[in-house]
Every structure is written in structure tokens, then in C-alpha cells.
Design a protein around this ligand. Structure first.
Ligand SMILES: *Cc1c(COP(=O)(O)O)cnc(C)c1O
Length: 523
């Protein structure tokens, strides 16, 4: 078998492509897209330029002597290229996107409209403050909402993603420990954690110690207590966790962490499930990032940059990086530089040069104001309801590692139900592509064998969930009926079949080589 079974005519003879080969390599109306360098010609241009008037170049020896070697395309060719590329990007705007842990929720178009208003969209971070007071007020207002929803003391808006927020929170913890004159160097991270948690701790010099999970994927306070010592700086705990379950013992864990003189970092990527339901400040959290792109509907996954503001408890607020928002007697204040600090505040530095992702702040505030407090709470409730609707619709045919416990915003299945069928989690996911569904998150969290983590989000309708459930039920029945070929061959209808992902990662081709023209290759 060739490395990538792409189903193109030149691959004739490679496994599993014969029944769906086409002469062009196109499938249905999905067109094969070559690079511009492969389709363009030097003698074509999409614009008519006048011959330049004669002039004496002043570049001396720096003047280019060879052709620039850029491909020329007509306007329709360039247009088609980019439109087709845009259509290859599967998005929440094209269909259900049940990628657990990623919260691919709908981004209302109102957000886009507001983000494009000139007063927000056309400003520059170096403009005089007096010309951007509305933007500053919007940031302070966003901070006020985030502080209110989490029951925390201050918020740094600047981190540009969840992982960047983790770095911000852990740097504040490091600064707080240094200010106490201590040398704690261990960070506890549960087995089920997102990979960014241990990576963040290790990046800034902490030693990572893994906390084992219970069989259902939750953290046992006894396991945490057994690991506590004067060397422990913090725990990084995700709640709701990556198995889609609320960590019920979180208050007991927080108390034990604090009694040991350590800090509680909460990975808040799953905040979408608890907005308006639980204030993390009251659970004992000291720092938590909020992925605006997961909870407050700002686009992500190829659709836009993320934003990962970090909220801080009273214990850590003094170390928040500049700029940060604190609530003063007359409302929220955006503290931008040293001159505005109160006594005792000692920011550990800055995460970015300016303020972070302004466009995402505007979208998040637009989402918050258009929903209101009750609407945000309802969104969380609907996210949890939708995940449990999927769970209830599949629990008799798919297996859950946590028994039959009510889940939060995402439902976790393992591959037990495929035992003896010869079909793997990967095969199952690929068969979903043939049915027009982006697969769920697979093989994560690692604590569960053959994990399939489904997060429908609140914005899917009942009809959409019913079809999704019916499709998965159909696939389970086909697997149990021994229709293994269908799964091994999947995806049959996608422009690309199965890629050798390991080889692609281990031996990436870093240099582009001009492909043979199809006519020559066929000879
Ligand atoms: C998405 C996610 C992160 C990382 O967030 P990014 O914005 O992708 O950097 C961290 N932890 C969990 C549990 C997540 O789901």
C-alpha cells in the first residue's frame, strides 16, 4: 500500500480505492485542489498593468536579475482556488461538530456584526487613550462579567488561548510562592488532564507528579492528600473534568491543597457547562483560565484566534500580570500600567505586548449582553441536557466507562461495545465521515480505553441530535452484524482516505517538489 491512500487515479492498485476511483481525482463536487504553483503559469496575470515608464533603478547590485517565479492566474482561477480551499474547512457553520473538550458552539452572527463596528474593528493599540475609551470600557465590562460569573477577585484578559492562560495562572502561582520565600517545585496533575496542563507546569520549571484517577475518571481526594508535601506548589485540576463529569470532591480537594500551603489552578476549558450554576471562587479555585472561544462562542478551530482570560482569587490577585481588571468601589477598572497599581499589587509582568485578542473580547461581550444572565445559565443547562440526551439515546448500544452517571456538557464512551467485532474506535470514527459527521474526540482522555468523547453543545436542535443518534445506532448495528469491510474501508466518500498519520508526523516532507503531470504519470 502506498503511504497515503488518496483514491486518485495515479494510486490505482492501492488498497481500498478501486470502487470509488474517478479519472480526475475529484469526488462528487469536491474538486482536487492543487497548489497555486502547480496550476499557475508565468505568462498569465489577473490584472492589466501598464508598461512601466522608463526609469533608472537605484538598487545597484541589489536589483533582481532572475524572474520572480510567481505563478500567474486569471481572476476566476484565483477565485476558485480560494473558495474551494475555504470549503475544505469543516466548521460548525457546516454541520454538527461533536468534538468533545473543544466546545464547538455556534458563533451568533450578531457577534460578527458588533466586532466589525469601526470603533472596535479599526482601532490600534498605540492610539491615545482618549480616542479608545469605549474599547477600554468594553474590556472592563468583560472583566466585570467574568469576575461576577466566577466569584473571583480580578482577571487578566490578555492571554491568547487556553494554554496561554494556563501559563499565565501558573506564572502567578510561581510569583506568589517566590514572594513567600519558598521553593516549592511540584505540581500535581490528574491522569485525565489535557496535555497542555503538564506541559505548562514543566515549561516553567515545575516537576509534574501524576494523580491517579478512579475508574470513572474522577479524582479521589485521598489520592491527592497522599501526594501533598511542603514541596507541592499547586494542583492543576479540570472541572468539569475531561471525562465530562463534575468533580464532586472539589471542595475537599481545595481545602487539602490550601492546608498544605499550595494553590489550586483550575483548567476552566469546560466552563460552558457550569456558567450561572457554580462559582469557582466558592469551590476554592485560585486561578482559572476561561476559553472565550469555548464558552462565549467566539470562533475557533480554523475560524479565528482564541482568547484565554485568567480569573484570580484574593490569594493570587496581587500577582496578576498587567493589564488586569479589578473591581473598585465605583465599578470595574482596567489597570494598564504600574502607575495605576494599588499598594501590595505586584504583577509578575506581562503576557503580551498589548491587551490580547480585542476582536474576541467584543464577540464575548456581545454574546453575554445578548443572552443576559438568565440566557447564559440556560445555555449551560441546554449544553448539559443535549449531552445527556445523546447519552440516553446511545447507552443501550454503546458502553460508558462511568457506569450510567449523568454527565455534564459531554458524554464519554469507551470501545467496550466494539469488543469482538473487529472494528476499532478509529474505524468507527472514519465511518462517521462517510455519513457526513465530523467524528467526536477520539482516544482522549487517555484514562479510558478507546475513548469517544461527544460534545454536541447547546446550539444543536433536537432534530439534529435525533439524526446523529440514529446514525450512530445504525453504525453500531452494522459493526455488530459483522460488516467489518465497511468500517475498514471508511472513509469511502471523502476526498482523502486514510492517511498514515504516524509517518506524516515522524517523517514530514518539508520540501515541495513539482509533481509529475498526470498525463506523463499515466504512461
Ligand atoms: C481546549 C482545552 C485546553 C487548551 O485550550 P486552547 O485554547 O486550545 O489552548 C486546555 N484544557 C482543556 C481541558 C481543553 O479542552
Amino acid at each position: 500500500m502506498t503511504m497515503n491512500t488518496q483514491g486518485r487515479p495515479t494510486d490505482a492498485g492501492s488498497a481500498g480505492t478501486s470502487s470509488t476511483d474517478t479519472f480526475t481525482g475529484n469526488r462528487g463536487l469536491q474538486i482536487e485542489e492543487a497548489l497555486l504553483f502547480e496550476v499557475g503559469r508565468h505568462d498569465v496575470t489577473g490584472v492589466d498593468l501598464d508598461e512601466p515608464v522608463a526609469f533608472a533603478p537605484r538598487l545597484g547590485k541589489l536589483a533582481r536579475t532572475s524572474a520572480i517565479d510567481l505563478p500567474g492566474l486569471s481572476e476566476p482561477e484565483a477565485m476558485r482556488h480560494y473558495v474551494r480551499l475555504s470549503q475544505k474547512n469543516y466548521a460548525i457553520d457546516s454541520g454538527l461538530y461533536p468534538l468533545g473538550s473543544c466546545t464547538m458552539k455556534h458563533n451568533p452572527r450578531l457577534n460578527e456584526k458588533v466586532a466589525r463596528l469601526g470603533g472596535f474593528g479599526d482601532i490600534h493599540p498605540l492610539q491615545p487613550l482618549s480616542t479608545v475609551s469605549g474599547a477600554v470600557e468594553l474590556m472592563a465590562e468583560l472583566g466585570r462579567w467574568l469576575i461576577e460569573m466566577t466569584g473571583m477577585t480580578s482577571v487578566a484578559l490578555s492571554p491568547k488561548a487556553g494554554a496561554h492562560g494556563e501559563l499565565c495562572g501558573m506564572m502567578a502561582i510561581k510569583a506568589a510562592i517566590a514572594a513567600r520565600g519558598e521553593a516549592r517545585d511540584i505540581v500535581l496533575v490528574p491522569e485525565s488532564a489535557h496535555g497542555t496542563n503538564p506541559a505548562t507546569a514543566a515549561l516553567i520549571g515545575f516537576k509534574v507528579v501524576t494523580v491517579p484517577a478512579r475508574p470513572d475518571g474522577t479524582v479521589d481526594p485521598a489520592a491527592v492528600k497522599a501526594l501533598l508535601s511542603p514541596q507541592v506548589a499547586a494542583i492543576m485540576l479540570t472541572n468539569p473534568n475531561t471525562c465530562g463529569l463534575f468533580e464532586r470532591d472539589v471542595v475537599e480537594i481545595a481545602a487539602a491543597i490550601h492546608a498544605a500551603g499550595a494553590y489550586f489552578y483550575c483548567d476552566g476549558a469546560n466552563f460552558n457547562a457550569i456558567v450561572g450554576k457554580a462559582k469557582v471562587g466558592e469551590l476554592g479555585v485560585d486561578a482559572m483560565h476561561i476559553n472565550l472561544h469555548k464558552t462565549f462562542s467566539t470562533p475557533h478551530g480554523g475560524g479565528g484566534p482564541g482568547a484565554g482570560p485568567v480569573v484570580f482569587s484574593e490569594r493570587l490577585a496581587a500577582f496578576a500580570p498587567l493589564p488586569f481588571v479589578r473591581i473598585d468601589a465605583d465599578g470595574p477598572v482596567l489597570v494598564e500600567d504600574e502607575a495605576a497599581l494599588k499598594s501590595g499589587e505586584q504583577p509578575f509582568g506581562r503576557m503580551v505586548a498589548f491587551h490580547g485578542q480585542m476582536g474576541m473580547f467584543v464577540r464575548a461581550v456581545s454574546y453575554m449582553l445578548s443572552h443576559g444572565a438568565d440566557g447564559l445559565q440556560q445555555a449551560s443547562e441546554d449544553a448539559v441536557l443535549n449531552a445527556n440526551y445523546v447519552r440516553a439515546g446511545l447507552r443501550d448500544v454503546m458502553s460508558q466507562p462511568s457506569g450510567d452517571r449523568t454527565c455534564m456538557h459531554e458524554v464519554l464512551f469507551d470501545d467496550h461495545f466494539l469488543d469482538g467485532t473487529g472494528v476499532t474506535t478509529l474505524d468507527f470514527a472514519k465511518a462517521m465521515i462517510d455519513e457526513g459527521y465530523h467524528p467526536m474526540t477520539m482516544y482522549f482522555p487517555l484514562v479510558v480505553h478507546g475513548a469517544m468523547l461527544i460534545e454536541p453543545t447547546e446550539s444543536e436542535s433536537k432534530a439534529s441530535l435525533d439524526l446523529f443518534i440514529a446514525t450512530l445506532r445504525h453504525l453500531v448495528m452494522r459493526a455488530k452484524a459483522g460488516d467489518v469491510e465497511r468500517f475498514r474501508e471508511a472513509p469511502r466518500f471523502a476526498p482523502r482516505r486514510r492517511l498514515d498519520e504516524t509517518r506524516a508526523a515522524r517523517a514530514p516532507k518539508l520540501k515541495w517538489e513539482r509533481p509529475q503531470p498526470l498525463s506523463e504519470a499515466a504512461e
